[in-house]
Design a protein around this ligand. Structure first.
Ligand code: CO
Length: 170
């Protein structure tokens, strides 16, 4: 296992759709393990392969034991049902320190494959539902600032550039 470098917006991998996984081999297992280690090291609750510049449809999520099942490893995940609407403050490891209010479905059903290629399904609400939608968006090359209106997006990106500048000068 190793901690991988997380790319920051506007890196091209973040706005490029990832390719489906077809081989459930050692290389995939290594990627899944690296994603989990990288996520925990960065204190995130989810990370998609795009964020380490790997364009494959793999994401891991851990919203904690109170909000979900613990570590979830999702290969080729897709939202198959969604219901309701909720707005919450989201962060993203590829946008350090930026938070954005994003409106999403409040409940989702997601189908995916596990690391051995077995079909799985999970139904989620609350924080886990939001994390699932955020990470699956990453696999489609969609970052959270694409999920808000154009004026809010402009303000959020302006704030983000300022945060990056402050971090560079710190
Ligand atoms: Co993110």
């Amino acid at each position: 296992m190793s901690i991988r470098h997380i790319v920051l917006y506007p890196h091209k991998a973040l706005t490029t759709a990832a390719q489906p996984i077809e081989s459930f081999d050692d290389q995939l297992h290594q990627l899944v393990d690296d994603l989990a280690e990288t996520m925990y090291n960065a204190h995130g609750i989810g990370i998609a392969a795009n964020q380490i510049d790997v364009l494959q449809r793999v994401t891991v999520i851990d919203t904690g034991k109170e909000n979900g099942p613990g570590l979830l490893e999702l290969i080729n995940p897709r939202v198959v049902e969604s219901e309701g609407s909720t707005k919450s403050s989201e962060g993203c490891l590829s946008f350090p320190q930026l938070t954005v209010d994003v409106k999403r479905a409040s409940e989702v059903a997601v189908e995916y494959q596990d690391r051995d290629g077995q079909e799985q399904r999970i139904e989620a609400s609350g924080l886990l539902a939001i994390a699932l939608q955020h990470e699956i968006d990453h696999l489609d090359g969609i970052v959270f600032t694409e999920r808000i209106g154009p004026i809010k997006k402009k303000l959020a990106l302006k704030k983000y550039r300022k945060l990056l500048e402050e971090q560079a000068n710190a």
